[in-house]
Design a protein around this ligand. Structure first.
Ligand SMILES: Cc1cc2nc3c(=O)[nH]c(=O)nc-3n(C[C@H](O)[C@H](O)[C@H](O)COP(=O)(O)O)c2cc1C
Length: 224
């Protein structure tokens, strides 16, 4: 299984979030998976300008690292989203990337892939951020397998507590196993079907303005 990890921390490979993600990678590798990285910390992906070109033409006019990351996701079987908790949400770097994925969301362009989310914070309340990231995965067609988070104030120095490490490694293993088995559960399938129906209605409603997305739905999702 080939997995892309999108790292939203400005601290990149030196950050807490990447170190927690590395424990997830250990689990992935134990099951034979391979991880590549997309680092957003240096402003590789600029914020969305709301021009709708992705909806109209299927392309973004901004010349930055976005297209390369999308190509890596398209070629992968799975995605790991990793972010520090910034004021109860994801980092601005990661949010810029998520916003740029509006076209991918309307088209459910990453269908068939599996993903997980990783969050670290100073003092906590990370679960809503994990839930948000997993919801984002689902909105692009990716089946979320779970998430892991760590409150740094509860760790000893730079070392994660054994149970946090274990949870992260297990999550990595689960990601590969879920993909290998083509796992799905009825509740998630219902959520995905409901979201897909919302996108279908949107794309039909906007059909004249957003020809790229309308044609994409005709070609990939059987829109009559
Ligand atoms: C701008 C900013 C906002 C932050 N907001 C929060 C917060 O709301 N809650 C919290 O517990 N930690 C907060 N933190 C702490 C980081 O989430 C924490 O240090 C995290 O582990 C950093 O990950 P990194 O080393 O990968 O960048 C914030 C840090 C920064 C720089």
């Amino acid at each position: 299984m080939n997995i892309v990890c999108i790292v939203g921390s400005p601290h990149g490979l030196e950050g807490n979030t990447f170190r927690l993600a590395q424990a997830v990678f250990d689990g992935v590798r134990r099951q034979g998976g391979v991880v590549s990285l997309a680092l957003l910390g240096d402003g590789a992906v600029q914020p969305c300008r709301g021009c709708d070109a992705c909806h109209r033409l299927g392309d973004c006019p901004q010349e930055d690292g976005f297209a390369e990351i999308i190509a890596a996701i398209e070629a992968a079987d799975g995605v790991i989203l990793a972010s520090p908790n910034y004021i109860g949400s994801v980092s601005a770097q990661l949010k810029a990337f998520l916003d740029r994925c509006g076209g991918a969301i309307h088209c459910l362009a990453f269908g068939g892939k599996y993903g997980v989310s990783v969050v670290t914070s100073g003092a906590g309340d990370d679960q809503p951020i994990v839930d948000y990231l997993n919801r984002f995965l689902l909105m692009t067609g990716i089946r979320p397998v779970g998430g892991v988070h760590a409150v740094m104030a509860a760790q000893s120095g730079d070392h994660f507590a054994a149970e946090v490490r274990q949870r992260a490694e297990q999550l990595g293993e689960e990601l590969v196993l879920a993909w290998r088995e083509g796992r799905s559960d009825p509740q998630m399938e219902r959520e995905m079907a409901a979201f897909r129906e919302r996108m279908r209605q949107l794309v039909v409603w906007k059909g004249d303005e957003w020809p790229y997305e309308y044609t994409y739905w005709q070609e990939h999702h059987g829109l009559a």
